[in-house]
Design a protein around this ligand. Sequence first.
Ligand SMILES: [Zn+2]
Length: 546
Amino acid sequence: MDLLTAARPRERKLEPTVTLHVYDTTLRDGAQQEGISLSVTDKLAIAPLLDELGVGFIEGGWPGAVPKDTDFFARAARELTLKNAVLAAFGATRKVGVATDKDPQVRALLDSQAPVVTLVAKSDIRHVERALKTDGAENLAMIRDTVAFLVGEGRRVFVDAEHFFDGYRYDPDYATNAALAAFDAGAEVVCLCDTNGGMLPNWVSDIVSELRERTGEGILGMHAHNDSGCAVANTLAALDAGAQHFQGTVNGYGERTGNVDLITTVANLEIKYDRRVLRGGRLDDATRIAHAISEITNISPFARQPYVGASAFAHKAGLHASAIKVDADLYQHTDPTKVGNDMRMLVSDMAGRASIELKGKELGFDLAGQTEVLTRITNRVKSAEQQGYTYEAADASFDLVLRDEVSGGLPEYFTVESWRTIVENYGSTGDEAIAEATVKLHAGGERIIVTAEGNGPVNALDQALRHAVEKIYPEIAKFELIDFKVRILDQEQGTDAITRVLIETTDGVSSWFTVGIGPNILEASWEALIDSAVYGLIHAGVKPVA
Ligand SMILES: [Zn+2]
């Protein structure tokens, strides 16, 4: 129980009965962050995690403007089954002087098949005149026409009013008219954007309250950037002032200083305001999901991130240690298990037995009541994490650890005698270097030696391993390495290894992730490749040949 809450009940400003939209834009606005480059496969891997968390809307990208995003929507329609969220396609209002149904970008929004279309529209008259180079009336017509057209085509339409707060402070009537034009044409939500991220909470509060008086029943939303360090505070201020929709990104990804952190905001709403805003309510899984997404974006998790950071509930052992043991609530603002995090006195990563039991269940292992096995696995995971492994985004490697402990060993398909790889460049012609790898292994009573070439040493190793194993287990021919991520670990993290590799393999139907660590990329990759082959063979129901 949270003692603070019990002792001094907080005033709940938000009506518990009002539904609130949690709208995720990690895949669109979050992907604008320096250093993030999401492939379609990455996006297809992140979307189910957002759905699991329980967001109501997932903005997938800008179909028609970004070819990768057009592909994302096409593949999402075929491949994604979302339990909680619906997809939203992002796009702009029609171009100046163009008929809406003739505007190819508007048509691309329809073609995306997304049930929700979010239109970015100008609401700051200075941007209308200087950036759009048209007049205020034409901009309002663009908003009305595009919204009405898409609503007529059966879409739910949200309007992102770009630079709304700056625009409102300059010319409140024009900004208000832009919002009214959207509502009049049938928009379900007008989301007010602090595009430059410079607002402060009381400014937001005043503007949202004033606007609310003039817009009546329509749903207002908040899209905050963190340039003034107030993104979460500004979002809460907008919701307190009557907004019922907010847009954010997991881990606060976004350009410059980022967007509002969706998980921090949701945790504040659920824990501090006691509002259930996630569909299916998986707040207690938020830490795992935030970290799994950071593995896919390949951005190291921020240890001091509120709620889900590794240090969020870390206490320095010392003076308060015994007091914390007596009553931890006196030293932390909330119970860390509510967000799937853990109080730490020392370094301990993937929580405890309960989360391993839960994860095991997800992977098909019933570990309930098996105290001894659970303790063994927990200790093994802790020591592996100390070495630099992470299983948060490597389910297949974690599956092998569980399987190994539960059944007292893994099937022995092959044993590796040795491997080596060389990279050669003859220099004179300016050709690319050629990589070659040799793998020696024993399988099915044979000694197998295979040499293969590749467009890099890891690719060559993958080819050589696959061709060697294939001689006894032809099923492996279907496997294909589709993604490869390397992270050089911080010395700060205190791990033994310095390189961690995460690879994704597919058999054409599903895909799986494995992890390897080592003093260099090759040794880390080799380990991940071996895990991938073994997991794939087990998963394909292949029996070891003696
Ligand atoms: Zn934005």
